[in-house]
Design a protein around this ligand. Structure first.
Ligand SMILES: Nc1ncnc2c1ncn2[C@@H]1O[C@H](COP(=O)(O)OP(=O)(O)O)[C@@H](O)[C@H]1O
Ligand SMILES: CC(=O)N[C@@H](CCC(=O)OP(=O)(O)O)C(=O)O
Length: 272
């Protein structure tokens, strides 16, 4: 990590990474070893994670059906108990244990702790229930944990001043965290090699896309399902301090350090 370009990133201070539930179990040990090496070299990673498939699995065990409206889980109080238990409990602690297992240092918390992620109901809460949108993130808590030498591992549960909990899509939460901590880059780690489109019958990965191109890809149906909240979160945060969002496959060797070194991997979303 003596590369000049990594040094430049260090000067930026930190980067936010979102780990999707689709990929968490498949992340190889080398992913966490790379993360540990970055941490040892002075880079400050912040992790926001999902866990949608695990939530659906736990709900199914309880005989509760999972329902989604435009990619957002319909969240009753009963569902919210399972969401919190899964995200802030088993998934969060599994990530912390994997980082520690690679010799890194991590502290897991949810957006409820210290009122880290403040939220309010989404506009269509009559349809989706206790789903939140972010109104604020206490960046000083994240920076404090980083200054202590730990990687913050954040579960996307929000809270409001009255103490009500909210289920927040993990891509949305990661984008908001990246904006509030003024991360220059957000890395979205998922189970596909980037944003793909079909050209002459072949699926290709787009090396970079602009906000205008994303709108066209959603319109044409080439971006659908779980990719939609990712690109929407990316578009929201690159309006502010985040200058680039990169979507990559977590199984790619040394993916984090390669992206931070400026290697062209996955799909880079840029403002224009
Ligand atoms: N244009 C696209 N390129 C790549 N993947 C896409 C695209 N449109 C939709 N997807 C889907 O988005 C999925 C990633 O979203 P999701 O399953 O929610 O992942 P995560 O758990 O990482 O948030 C991919 O596995 C793929 O099925
Ligand atoms: C409101 C909403 O839909 N919340 C998500 C939170 C987890 C998530 O987003 O996980 P992935 O990143 O693995 O999809 C859910 O309940 O599934």
């Amino acid at each position: 990590m003596t590369d000049e370009r990594i040094e430049k990133n260090k000067a930026g201070g930190l980067f936010v990474m979102k780990c999707g539930g689709s990929t968490l179990a498949a992340l190889p040990d080398s992913f966490f070893e790379d993360l540990k090496e970055l941490q040892s070299s002075g880079v400050k990673p912040v992790i926001v994670h999902g866990g949608g498939p695990a939530i659906s699995g736990n709900l199914a065990k309880l005989g509760i059906e999972s329902r989604f409206v435009n990619g957002l889980r319909v969240t009753t109080e009963e569902v919210l108990d399972v969401v919190e238990m899964t995200l802030a409990g088993s998934i969060n602690k599994a990530i912390v244990r994997r980082i520690q297992g690679s010799g890194g240092q991590a502290i897991g918390l949810s957006g409820v702790d210290g009122n880290l992620i403040m939220a309010k109901p989404v506009a269509n809460s009559d349809e989706v229930g206790q789903v939140g949108e972010v109104t604020g993130v206490k960046a000083e808590i994240i920076k404090g944990i980083l200054d202590l030498g730990y990687i913050p591992v954040i579960a996307p549960i929000g809270v409001d001043a009255a103490g009500q909990r909210y289920n927040i899509n993990a891509d949305t939460a990661a984008g908001a965290v990246a904006s509030f901590v003024e991360s220059p880059k957000m890395i979205v780690v998922t189970d596909v090699p980037g944003i793909m489109r079909t050209v002459e019958g072949q699926k290709i990965v787009l090396p970079s896309v602009t906000v205008a191109e994303i709108e066209e890809l959603i319109e044409s149906g080439e971006i659908y399902g779980g990719m939609i909240p990712k690109v929407r979160a990316a578009m929201d945060c690159i309006q502010g301090s985040v200058s680039e969002v990169v979507i990559v496959d977590g199984k790619e060797p040394k993916v984090l350090s390669r992206v931070l070194q400026g290697e062209s991997l996955g799909t880079s979303i840029i403002s224009s």
